[in-house]
Ligand binder design. Structure first.
Ligand SMILES: Cc1ncc(COP(=O)(O)O)c(C=O)c1O
Length: 388
């Protein structure tokens, strides 16, 4: 059994989560429950594989080995019932760099690209920094969960001549694991208007039963014609620093365009530790992931109980997947700046401001619960103290 309760001191390890916040907020002693990495050590076989590679001592250029393709194919088949051909698998240093390449590969400057609101902030940045037109489509809330507003999306697609939609599947920050039927309706809409779907599936393994993750491209045999999938082992196994991700593109024309964008940007060579870590994680990670999901679910329950008894005005959207919780502070009647100031300066706790996920994120915060319970409980007390 992995001991996820063990607290590691990550301070002064040059990690973004713990070590950048003093400079950002000018405060000592802040507790970070923000950026999406986990305060858990990676699975031992992964660390051993990385060590073994380092011990070879010569770390020259390195192509992706066949064994890595096999590990990826086997993982996708076992966990997501997705059969991806070797020829469809490409690599890049990260999902966000791949989003940017995809925007360059499939659109022209000025073209409209639709994203949901709220959604992971780099989606908007990637669109805007490539000088494409950003269209935000507000998610609705039904039964305390986000749902897509397909009617609104259809109107935006037509009115703005949208060429591409970036889908966050599962959804960060809401933790929605889009159902197969939701994805089917969404995909049919995109097919009808000839819109390409870039499906960011980096959270695909972090799913709580009874919810089931569906690879967008796997929903219907025709969906592979107009979609590409971005994913990685780095979120699931807490390896963000090794910088590796995959792109699955089954349509040869779409693949050719993506490869051309990679070559143009010289982004087709990956760090050797990225390959090694990904392969070791997929080959040895089933049990570790199973235990992680049990621990994360306990942490979600813990947050839910704490809020109900100690801070009932703050409402949580219960995640179906991911280790992120979307918290609604609107009943406190404070502005985004006031909420943030209270948390940071009074409570000394750092969450991600909801407003950074889009205008629809106002008066919300995103909480990262991937930490030992001791840290989480301390964080919850700090959140409570922020509003006393
Ligand atoms: C939806 C989503 N996509 C991409 C990333 C980051 O991916 P990468 O580090 O591979 O660029 C994150 C990280 O939190 C994420 O939540």
């Amino acid at each position: 059994m992995v001991n996820f309760d063990r607290v590691y001191d990550r301070r002064n390890t040059n990690c973004s989560k713990w070590d950048s916040i003093k400079d950002t907020y000018g405060e000592d002693g802040l507790l970070p429950l923000w950026i999406a990495d986990m305060d858990f050590k990676a699975n031992l076989p992964v660390l051993e594989a990385l060590k073994e590679t380092a011990e070879q001592g010569i770390l020259g250029y390195s192509p992706a080995p066949d064994s890595l393709y096999e590990a990826i194919q086997s993982w996708q088949k076992r966990h997501h019932d997705f059969s991806v051909g070797k020829e469809a698998i490409l690599f890049n240093s990260g999902v966000v760099p791949s989003l940017s390449l995809a925007i360059q590969a499939y659109t022209e400057p000025g073209d409209a690209v639709l994203i949901h609101d709220p959604v992971y902030p780099p989606f908007a940045k990637v669109v805007e920094q490539n000088n494409r037109k950003l269209i935000r489509s507000q998610l609705l809330i039904e039964q305390e969960h986000f749902v897509m507003d397909l009617e609104m999306m259809a109107k935006q697609i037509v009115d703005e001549n949208v060429r591409v939609v970036i889908l966050c599947n599962p959804h960060n920050p809401g933790g929605r694991v889009w159902s197969k039927s939701e994805l089917e309706a969404f995909g049919k809409l995109c097919a009808k208007y000839d819109v390409l779907v870039i499906s960011d599936e980096i959270h695909q393994d972090l799913i709580f039963a009874p919810h089931v993750f569906t690879t967008f491209t796997n929903v219907h045999p025709t969906f592979k014609d107009f979609s590409i999938t971005l994913t990685a082992a780095t979120k699931t196994f807490n390896l963000a620093g090794i910088k590796n991700s995959m792109i699955f593109i089954e349509n040869p024309d779409l693949r050719k365009k993506f490869v051309a964008a990679q070559e143009q940007n010289f982004q087709n060579e990956i760090n050797i530790f990225g390959y090694v870590g990904t392969e070791a994680a997929y080959k040895n990670g089933d049990t570790w992931l199973k235990e992680l999901l049990v621990y994360l679910k306990e942490n979600i329950d813990l947050v839910s109980e704490f809020l109900q008894t100690e801070l009932p005005k703050v409402k949580m959207m219960r995640p179906e997947g991911t280790y992120l919780i979307w918290l609604d502070f609107s009943a406190l009647d404070l502005s985004d700046t006031q909420i943030q100031n209270r948390l940071v300066h009074q409570g000394k706790v750092v969450l991600n401001p909801g407003i950074s996920f889009g205008p629809n994120g106002t008066q919300h915060m995103r909480l990262n619960i991937a930490c030992p319970k001791e840290t989480l409980v301390e964080g919850l007390h700090r959140i409570k103290h922020s509003f006393e």
